[in-house]
Design a protein around this ligand. Structure first.
Ligand SMILES: [Zn+2]
Length: 71
C-alpha cells in the first residue's frame, strides 16, 4: 500500500487512506480545499527528512489524490 515517490528531487512516503478509514476532515495543501470524511485520499510525509521518522510522520499532510498527482 505505502509507496515512495520522488517529487522535485525530494523523496516522500505516500500512504493511501481508504474512504472507510477517513474519519476526519483535512485541508489539502494542494487546493486549500477540504478533504471531507469518507473521501479516499493520501497522507504524505517526507521520506528523506533530517527529522526523525516520528517527527516527519507527525508532520504529514493529507492531500486529495488528484492534487498530489499534479503537485
Ligand atoms: Zn486538494
Amino acid at each position: 500500500m505505502r509507496r515512495t515517490e520522488i517529487k522535485r528531487s525530494r523523496e516522500y512516503t505516500v500512504q493511501p487512506i481508504r474512504a472507510e478509514r477517513a474519519v476526519k476532515s483535512y485541508i489539502c495543501p494542494g487546493c486549500s480545499g477540504e478533504i471531507l470524511p469518507g473521501t479516499a485520499h493520501v497522507a504524505v510525509w517526507q521520506a528523506d527528512s533530517i527529522m526523525s521518522d516520528d517527527s516527519a510522520l507527525a508532520d504529514r499532510r493529507h492531500w486529495h489524490n488528484h492534487c498530489w498527482k499534479v503537485a
